[in-house]
Design a protein around this ligand. Structure first.
Ligand SMILES: N[C@@H](CCC(=O)N[C@@H](CSC=O)C(=O)NCC(=O)O)C(=O)O
Length: 279
């Protein structure tokens, strides 16, 4: 692991790091905020998965999480959203919703993407091992949250690993890639035409197939331009209701899809995570 930068902030340290990923076959960049802590003390870890077009930098610069993480003494990790670099295949049209910046937190099975687009394994396995080795982290206390494509990532990763994440939340998540244009495009390209194979990457399908979490927090702005065509929180409500999966969905009047929305409610989400990670 190489350190790109560190800055003292809110009593702790905001760092940006790179490392050679064996899963993606590329150099990957991520950011970590570590609050002030006693020597030898290990802190809970909250993962933040970003949305389409993002790198680690979007939430790091615009997420307003540091004061809340310092107050609760939570480590905050922000990975990139896809492999990048020389030789990494992209969407032929350089579209924003597939390829670079749009890894969808899957392990691709389809050429030419299968070799590098392994963001599921990267976020579920490789990066947690690095965080455990390099930072003062208590990996028995992890939470996960995300935005839009990253909300989809957070929900699906948690539903597949219910014993690992003690707190789960999302901002304006894609709740069912099986039922929206972004998801259909991404999963066809990365996983192939067999929609049964997509179910491991669809929060609603995972719940319908039996996955459960103690509870979920979702915030969704009513003025979000992607609400009706792509995000469809009503599908998650119907699925959770039918499955007795506890869900707190808060429709936030007038908020859009941007980091102005995310940063407004970041404190509530970190309160939610802290309450569950300290239990
Ligand atoms: N056409 C837009 C779409 C990109 C966009 O809105 N990206 C969101 C996430 S959308 C779902 O995953 C985002 O977080 N953007 C970064 C930001 O800092 O706001 C475009 O190309 O801009």
């Amino acid at each position: 692991m190489k350190t790109v930068s560190t800055n003292k902030t809110f009593g702790g340290s905001q760092g940006v790091y790179t490392h050679a990923s064996t899963e993606t076959g590329t150099e990957m960049t991520f950011s970590v905020f570590v609050p002030d802590h006693a020597p030898g003390e290990n802190l809970p870890v909250v993962w933040y998965l970003s949305g389409l077009t993002c790198t680690h930098a979007n939430v790091t610069e615009k997420g307003d999480f540091r004061a809340h993480c310092a107050r609760h003494r939570l480590i905050f990790v922000a990975p990139d959203t896809s492999p990048r670099g020389e030789g990494v295949p992209d969407d032929g049209d350089a579209a924003y919703d597939f390829g670079l910046g749009a890894g969808f937190y899957v392990n691709a099975t389809q050429g030419p993407f299968a070799a590098n687009y392994r963001m599921r394994a990267y976020v579920e396995d490789e990066l947690p091992a690095l965080i455990a080795a390099e930072f003062p982290s208590d990996m028995t206390r992890q939470g996960i949250m995300g935005h839009s494509m990253g909300g989809h990532g957070a929900l699906t990763i948690a539903l597949r690993n219910p014993d690992r994440y003690k707190a789960v939340s999302a901002f304006a998540p894609i709740v069912s890639p099986l039922n929206c244009p972004w998801g259909e495009k991404a999963l066809t390209g990365y996983i192939g035409a067999d929609r049964d194979q997509w179910r491991a990457y669809d929060a609603c399908a995972l719940i319908k197939d039996g996955a459960r979490l103690p509870d979920l927090l979702v915030d969704q702005g009513t003025a979000d331009g992607f609400l009706e065509d792509q995000l469809k929180p009503e599908l998650l409500v119907a699925t959770c209701t039918a499955a007795d999966q506890p869900l707190t969905l808060r429709m936030q009047e007038g908020y859009d899809h941007s980091y102005y929305f995310i940063s407004t409610f970041m404190g509530d989400h970190l309160d939610w995570h802290a309450a569950r990670l300290k239990a």
